[in-house]
Ligand binder design. Structure first.
Ligand code: GLC
Length: 444
């Protein structure tokens, strides 16, 4: 799966066979035949000459179908607009997706007309003047259909510069059968989790106690935000003008992650090179007791074609430090219109369809991506297929954002480098102090 990273940036062709293989795997033979290899190419060629053509660039989310299938459904649903899909790498290759997008947006030539953007880029894209303010198209009455926190995340300098799409948050996957055998109670503190995981490993019930994502990548910052916040710490000070990542709460939290590999040994050394998918695989193949990951994993864990742990997995809020509170990192992609698009009306129409209750329900059911519209959490099919979504609704809406700043792209690179060094060397205090010094210069 690390091959995903090699997917070409800003290409409308999936040149990566791993991607196609994976889709076949998840879809099963029948689904793959219906989908056809050609649809994996993400671009529709047939179009009526009188249609307005717009382009849509997005990271390649996957599940029971891909984003190209959504675009196809939109193109078939009406005959005025034809959307051309520009498929970017998967969201775990966050830096590459970001580069792919900014290379295009910075040209200011109107391509892509519409894009999906990780919640962490909204401030930067707005500050650069690349994202069209959407206030006139989505007035306040329409916005009340969405979680207020997501609307806030889509707002920069009091302007709505993104339209809510889906919300993501880190969560705690556990094996019900193994928890039952080793005490019966889902652990709420990191210490209890580590003790239980070690016991299961010792008893030969799990090869890995706890899986998380330690690769030098965006997801490492998500994992870090969660442990740090669950110890009462933070990356930025309350005024967002300096970093407090060198302080005790954060140092203890990153030390805990280091210890999972080196002291309690509940996590393999490999987590240091794993992002979402490499950490997900041993879990759904039945080798691990606990895992931190996003909601997309649940439908995979419940798919007999992809999982050895069907009906054995449940999801809870992540553990916390004694005296702290559980924290989930806020993730998710939101929709934007290129400020230089010459086809605004068509762009807005497509955007509205992508964010509609119908499309959000489809994203939830087929991709495991949580709606930004609270009403959809009540959907009976969703409740039956992915019960954790409704029960963890508060985790999604209470999730902790990563630093909100137009400088986020620089902040994350500094964090990724320092936290990664801390986890490899064990010099946690020194590396986090170095991160704080760097961040202070960036956000000052
Ligand atoms: C998920 C989240 C996104 C995050 C990424 C990191 O896709 O939704 O916000 O940046 O993971 O890998």
């Amino acid at each position: 799966m690390s091959d995903f990273k090699k997917a070409p940036i800003a290409s409308n062709v999936v040149a990566d066979s791993a991607m196609l293989d994976r889709r076949h795997f998840l879809l099963g033979a029948a689904g793959a035949a219906t989908l056809g290899i050609a649809s994996g190419l993400g671009m529709r060629t047939a179009r009526a000459a009188d249609r307005t053509e717009i382009s849509f660039a997005s990271a390649s989310f996957f599940g029971k179908e891909g984003i190209g299938d959504l675009v196809k459904a939109y193109n078939e649903s009406q005959d005025r607009i034809m959307v051309k899909f520009i498929e970017l790498p998967p969201p775990s290759s966050s830096t590459e997706v970001y580069q792919g997008l900014i290379q295009q947006l910075a040209r200011r030539n109107g391509t892509p007309d519409v894009f999906s953007q990780d919640v962490i880029w909204i401030a930067g894209f707005a500050a650069a003047g690349w994202a069209l303010p959407l206030d006139q198209y989505f007035p306040k009455e329409k916005r009340s259909d969405y979680f207020p926190g997501t609307v806030a995340a889509c707002t920069y300098n009091e302007k709505l510069t993104a339209l809510p799409w889906f919300v993501d948050s880190g969560m705690f996957y556990y094996r019900k059968d193994l928890v039952e055998k080793h005490g019966g109670k889902v652990p709420e503190t990191w210490d209890d989790m580590a003790t239980m995981a070690a016991a299961a490993q010792k008893a030969g019930d799990a090869k890995f106690g706890y899986l998380w994502q330690g690769k030098q990548a965006e997801v490492l910052i998500c994992d870090a935000v969660e442990v740090i916040t669950s110890n009462g710490g933070s990356i930025l000070a309350a005024d967002a003008k300096s970093s407090v990542i060198g302080e005790k709460a954060a140092v203890e939290a990153i030390q805990f992650l280091y210890d999972t590999i080196n002291k309690t040994k509940i996590s393999p050394q490999n987590v240091l090179s794993w992002d979402e998918e490499p950490s997900r695989q041993p879990f759904t193949s039945g080798e691990a007791m606990f895992m931190r990951n996003w909601s997309y994993v649940y439908p995979i864990a419940q798919d007999p074609k992809a999982s050895h742990v069907v009906d054995k997995v449940a999801v809870a809020p992540l553990p916390h430090f004694a005296g702290g509170k559980s924290a989930a990192c806020l993730g998710g992609y939101q929709l934007g219109v290129n400020a230089n698009s010459k086809k605004r009306e068509a762009a807005i129409e497509f955007l509205s369809w992508m964010s509609s209750p119908e499309t959000q329900t489809r994203l939830a059911l087929n991709f495991g991506l949580a709606p930004s519209r609270p009403a959809i959490f009540e959907n009976a099919k969703l409740k039956a297929e992915q019960p954790f979504m409704a029960s963890l609704q508060n985790v999604f809406i209470g999730a902790t954002p990563r630093p909100i700043t137009p400088q986020y792209a620089k902040v994350t690179l500094a964090l990724q480098s320092s936290i990664s060094k801390a986890l490899v060397s064990g010099n946690v205090q020194a590396e986090l102090k170095a991160a704080a010094d760097q961040i202070n210069k960036i956000v000052a």
